[in-house]
Design a binder for this molecule. Structure first.
Ligand code: SF4
Length: 905
């Protein structure tokens, strides 16, 4: 089928968020932004985009951008300098530190947001020329347990299947994955399979997420017990005679030992139920379904990977697929869902401290091969430090120089307070990024290098199914921003490696990357992009999304291992003997709960991009902690109130959500907020730095914790054209709004709001309204007819109603009538406050939805779609729409609705 014609002004590119890797059509709007649509020809999404992808056009402004190289000067201030000065400075400092402290005193910390070409050049510089393997990436926090599990089982980091398997499977098992929020377009693909072909969905997760709303079976197991569940499954498959003995015999080794250990972990259904906290009936139902369905795909994500036993969990899953020979065939196989847009590209180039390059390892033949290919003078000969170890070494003063590219470790690493302190000890902290300010930049950076952002840069990314796609530029770079590969190459040249880093384009780097993948690779390595080794610049511009392997002789299929052929020495897959699962962090009287962390639907990572979109900020506006009603009662916290969450590593203050979707004894808090976006919600600071022994991936899902009520008698909001500093006694969180910054706050009694507002509005016209008895204070400041800021303070306990005021703030100037209306907080047409946005694609608010349901105008999510368009684009909000239907309608109607929903399924 030929690709859809697009206008010459439109560019085909790829979404910069999650590992689904959706194709995007971007058309510059002539005002510095772009109109964004899904690419109907991209095989990952066929035209669909989720709420985050759809809102990309709102994130392209240059307000928050780092526009020029900056260097910390003798007066401790950052000053803008020319590129040559910044590059000379970094190269001289690196040279000096290496000469004085050795090659291993420097480290790079990279990002799954980088393009493959950026990753390739950074990895080559560190491992081939500086001579250390201290190059790791935030992908360590995302999928390194999947990598380690793949390598243990297959001898290579291979994802055996592809997305078409999700369309063709009859059973989709989601383990530790809230795909409805975190991989929404793939989740919709799974739902389409369910609707069209009747595929069953099983969700395995300690938390009842939105992904469970379409599940045929939900297994809400105890945290950390996935290995027990899949060990029990292996035992069951053996007992039922459901094994593929031929496959086991011909293509694997270690089955007997793995089965014996599985029996020790979970000898039967009763033992599995006991270990996992599930009912025997549910365990049996799952086991029967798995055993009796030939086409099974088991998808796993952060709930499996982000664990101190993550690699064992991955292997316990793979063991079951190997035992049934269900791998590498249409609709079958284990499938790792990667979190980041280019985590897979990072794995391809070897951008992890325990990989060398191009799926080669630190074995003597591989070291020699890569050395010869790169003509490397100082090839690294052993693994470097993985992320958590790397930052601990920085804290001990063993690493003196760190270059962070495109990530925010002061927020995202576990034990983030300690990691931030460590960064402050560095002799040289270089950060190349798009943004001028984030928590890592503010952790004592000595040099800031402006990198090109999505829309400006050009290169390739690889998604979860091994599909290489282009990110293409459609905007001029902001200020002096440069491609990351250019920045790294310029430093390499200044370190004396001119010849090896003389790249002129990303296509040239891509060609070299492809040549290395094929170098002395006669089918001995899975990763092979040899077909593109000689690609021309113009063909690189036109290249369409392609799966690897892509051999020069086109001799391989697009799936792996259907007939064995694993990448171990004897070509057999390894059954892995997993450890008996034990959580590293233990609950105690002081820490009676376990803290689980994760993502929310409309935000990405530390919100440096999604946090710019007013649309995306309106769904879940507050950083929050979820708690079961029983625990909430015991802790004395209430829904909508605030709590201080405390672990042995740090504390945060978060808004409380009481919900039985959380199991007793567990808390859940999202990871996205930072010190830039909230006063006390950097959840990474709470997380214990326990890591998996094989992958080095931290345990983000089960840190012992406690929580205590926080009393804030006041609440309110501020809208401002500038960023603000809040007075003492106030807790705040920032939300993007059209025309500036929105802040929602809660406060102790006695905060001098009036004086604070007056101070910051100096020289502007002021208007205010006081109701001392009602505890209300409202004020606004104007520059002529332009509203500059406004403050609303009231007693705590009511929903924040700021929609009408936000709408006025979005106006360039206000009329006399609008100005009079402003401090009433009401809209001129008396329309209702729409409330938090549930459907981000069409901006449909919770209040609007509930009004439609209460009035009887809508009785199902389909009605809501027909009347309000809610849920009719990406579908990510449908589970929440269903919940609102269930909560809003009377019991009898709920029963009818449930029947209707069942019929829809
Ligand atoms: S699912 Fe959403 S965030 Fe992920 S790549 Fe697609 S549009 Fe982007």
């Amino acid at each position: 089928m030929s690709a859809m014609e697009i206008s010459p002004a439109t560019v085909r590119t790829t979404c910069p968020y999650c590992g689904v890797g959706c194709g995007v059509l971007a058309t510059p709007d002539g005002k510095g932004g772009a109109i964004i649509k899904g690419d109907p020809d991209h095989p990952a999404n066929y035209g669909r985009l989720c709420s985050k992808g759809s809102a990309l056009g709102e994130t392209l402004g240059i307000h928050e951008r780092l526009l020029h190289p900056m260097v910390r000067c003798s007066n401790d201030q950052m000053e803008a300098v020319a590129w040559d000065d910044a590059l000379d400075h970094v190269a001289q400092r690196l040279h000096h530190i290496i000469a004085k402290h050795g090659r291993h005193s420097v480290a790079f910390y990279l990002s799954g947001q980088l393009l493959t070409e950026d990753y390739y050049v950074a990895n080559k510089l560190m491992k081939g020329f500086i001579g250390s393997a201290n190059v790791d990436t935030n992908s360590r926090l995302c999928m390194s347990s999947a990598v380690a599990g793949h390598k243990r089982a297959f001898g290579s980091d291979t994802v055996p299947g592809n997305y078409r398997d999700l369309d063709e499977a009859d059973l989709l098992v989601l383990v530790g994955s809230n795909a409805a929020w975190c991989h929404p377009i793939l989740y919709q693909r799974m739902l389409a399979n369910k609707q069209k072909r009747g595929a069953k969905i099983v969700v395995i997760d300690p938390r009842r997420t939105d992904t469970t709303s379409d599940a045929d079976l939900f297994l809400g197991l105890k945290p950390g017990t996935d290995t027990a569940l899949f060990s029990g499954l292996l035992v069951y498959l053996a007992a039922q005679g459901a094994l593929d003995n031929g496959f086991i015999e011909d293509h694997t080794s270690g089955f007997a030992e793995a089965l014996a250990q599985a029996r020790r972990i979970a000898a039967n259904i009763a033992a599995t139920a006991l270990a996992t906290g599930l009912s025997e009936a549910d365990v049996e139902k799952f086991f029967r379904l798995f055993a009796s369905t030939e086409k099974v795909v088991t998808l796993y994500s952060q709930g499996v990977n982000q664990s101190a036993q993550g690699t064992d969990k991955v292997n316990a899953i793979i063991n079951c697929h190997l035992a049934m020979g269900r791998i590498g065939q249409p609709g079958m196989g284990p499938f790792s869902l990667t979190g980041q847009p280019n985590a897979m590209g990072g794995r391809e180039v070897g951008g992890l401290a325990n990989q060398l390059a191009a799926h080669m390892n630190f074995t003597p033949p591989d070291i020699d091969r890569v050395r010869r290919f790169w003509q490397a003078p100082h090839i690294a000969t052993h693994e470097g430090l993985k992320a958590v170890q790397m930052f601990e070494a920085i804290g001990r003063g063993e690493i003196k120089a760190l270059w962070v590219m495109g990530t925010n470790p002061a927020v995202s690493l576990p034990n983030a307070d300690a990691m931030r302190l460590a960064m402050q000890k560095l002799d040289l902290l270089v950060i190349s990024d798009n943004v001028r300010s984030n928590d890592s930049v503010n952790s004592g950076a000595h040099v800031l290098l402006p990198a090109q952002a999505w829309g400006e840069r050009s290169g390739t990314v690889t998604n979860s199914e091994r599909r290489v796609s282009r990110q293409r530029s459609f905007m001029a770079p902001a200020g002096d921003a440069k491609p990351d590969w250019w920045i790294v190459s310029e430093i390499a040249r200044r370190l004396g490696y001119e010849r090896a880093f003389s790249y002129q384009s990303s296509a040239e780097i891509f060609r070299e990357h492809c040549r290395l993948s094929a170098f002395e690779n006669k089918g001995t390595r899975d990763f092979d992009l040899g077909a593109f080794s000689e690609i021309t610049e113009s063909d690189f511009d036109q290249i369409t999304p392609a799966l690897w392997p892509a051999r020069a002789d086109a001799s391989m299929s697009e799936r792996f291992f259907a007939d064995g052929g694993f990448y171990t020495n004897d070509k057999r897959a390894r059954f892995v003997v997993t450890e008996i699962p034990v959580l590293r962090g233990e609950k105690s009287a002081a820490r009676p709960m376990l803290l689980n962390t994760g993502r929310i639907r409309d935000q990405w990572h530390t919100m440096t991009r999604t946090g710019l979109s007013p649309r995306l900020g309106q769904h879940l506006r507050f950083p929050f902690v979820e708690i079961h009603p029983r625990d909430a009662q015991m802790a004395g916290v209430t829904d909508g109130g605030f709590a201080r969450v405390e672990t042995d590593h740090g504390q945060c203050v978060l808004k409380v959500t009481v919900t039985d979707r959380q199991q007793p004894g567990m808390l859940f808090a999202p990871i996205h907020w930072s010190d830039e976006t909230s006063s006390s919600a950097r959840v990474g600071a709470l997380v214990a730095p326990h890591t998996d022994p094989y992958s080095g991936q931290p345990e983000n899902k089960a840190t012992p914790a406690n929580l205590f009520p926080c009393d804030y008698p006041q609440q309110g909001f501020v809208l401002s054209r500038e960023r603000l500093s809040f007075p003492g006694g106030a807790w705040w969180t920032r939300v993007a709004v059209t025309g500036g910054y929105g802040y929602l706050f809660a406060a102790k009694q006695g905060v001098p709001w009036r004086a604070w507002f007056d101070d910051r509005s100096m020289g502007q016209d002021l208007a205010d309204y006081v109701d001392a008895v009602g505890g209300v204070y409202r004020a606004a400041s104007f520059d002529g007819d332009r509203l500059m800021s406004c403050l609303f303070v009231e007693r705590a306990g009511r929903p924040t109603e700021w929609d009408a005021t936000k709408d006025l703030f979005a106006e360039e100037t206000l009329s006399a009538d609008q100005r009079r209306l402003l401090l009433s907080g009401k809209a001129a047409d008396a329309t209702a406050n729409t409330g938090p946005i549930i459907c981000a694609c069409f901006g449909v608010g919770r209040n609007t939805i509930c009004d439609a349901l209460k009035s009887g105008a809508a009785r199902s999510h389909l009605d809501l779609g027909a009347q309000l368009k809610a849920g009719t684009n990406c579908g990510s909000c449908i589970p929440e729409l269903r919940r609102l239907v269930a909560e809003t309608m009377p019991d009898t109607e709920q029963a009818a609705h449930r029947e209707m929903a069942t019929a829809e399924n």
